[in-house]
Design a protein around this ligand. Structure first.
Ligand code: AMP
Length: 230
């Protein structure tokens, strides 16, 4: 593994738009996008032992235990291809133990976190963003039936795949996910701020504006290449 690879983390509450931004940014900068939520859903769909254990937590909107998540992360990191210029973590780390775990893994491969992009938005808008969210079952792009509607509410504008409501985007589960964020994940804001790594970005703006703000930060590390996917 080349040690000049960059490492970025997208930090923020569920529904803030991490996934959407991560897909764009990974494409623009040739970063390897690691989305632990998606990786866990893949494990669940595959019926693996790990997936079966993870399912009970994901369905309830609770954090999956440390060992399982680290297993998923390590396996994902090994799959990085040579042309990638770095890693973009989305939905990971989600608590201090995971943050320490990530630092350890990165130390082993002589990498370090370059920046943590904290997508900030008032808590009050998150419920709406999640409750009206539909996800493409094929390419994982997200739309919001209220705020960013697709042309047809069942069909993905980008790839024609079927748009579905994620099982954990139901109101009772959303509440648990937001609670888990508040108690376990939000302390990471302070944690990374202390380390001088936190870059706050106002995410309560149009999607394109948020992408531009992130680009302004990342352009300090390298110039974009490649095309935007979405
Ligand atoms: P997300 O797609 O990021 O909203 O994640 C969906 C669900 O997957 C979460 O509600 C958790 O149950 C689980 N999950 C995703 N990432 C992590 C993580 N880093 N640690 C623990 N659980 C996670």
């Amino acid at each position: 593994m080349t040690s000049d690879r960059k490492v970025f983390i997208l930090l923020g509450a569920p529904g803030v738009g991490k996934g959407t931004q991560a897909q764009r940014i990974a494409s623009l900068y040739h970063l390897y996008h690691i989305d632990t939520g998606q990786a866990l859903r893949n494990e669940i769909a595959s019926g693996s032992e790990l997936g079966q254990t993870a399912k009970s937590y994901v369905d309830k909107g609770e954090l999956v235990p440390f060992d399982l998540v680290m297993q998923v992360i390590k396996a994902a990191m090994l799959r990085v291809s040579d042309e990638k210029r770095g890693f973009l973590f989305d939905g990971f780390p989600r608590n201090e133990a995971q943050a320490e775990g990530l630092t350890e893994i990165l130390n082993e491969i002589h990498l370090h976190i370059d920046a943590v992009l904290y997508l900030e938005t008032p808590f009050s808008v998150l419920m709406d963003r999640l409750a009206y969210r539909v996800t493409c079952s094929k390419c994982d792009i997200k739309f919001n039936l209220k705020l960013n509607p697709p042309k047809n509410e069942h069909v993905c504008d980008a790839c024609g795949g079927e748009l579905v409501t994620r099982k954990d985007d139901r109101p009772e589960v959303i509440e648990n996910r937001l609670k888990a964020y508040e108690t376990e994940t939000s302390p990471l804001i302070e944690y990374y701020s202390h380390k001088g790594l936190l870059k706050s970005i106002d995410a309560n703006q149009p999607i394109d504006t948020v992408t531009q703000k992130i680009q302004q930060e990342l352009d300090l590390y390298f110039k974009p290449s490649g095309k935007m996917l979405v």
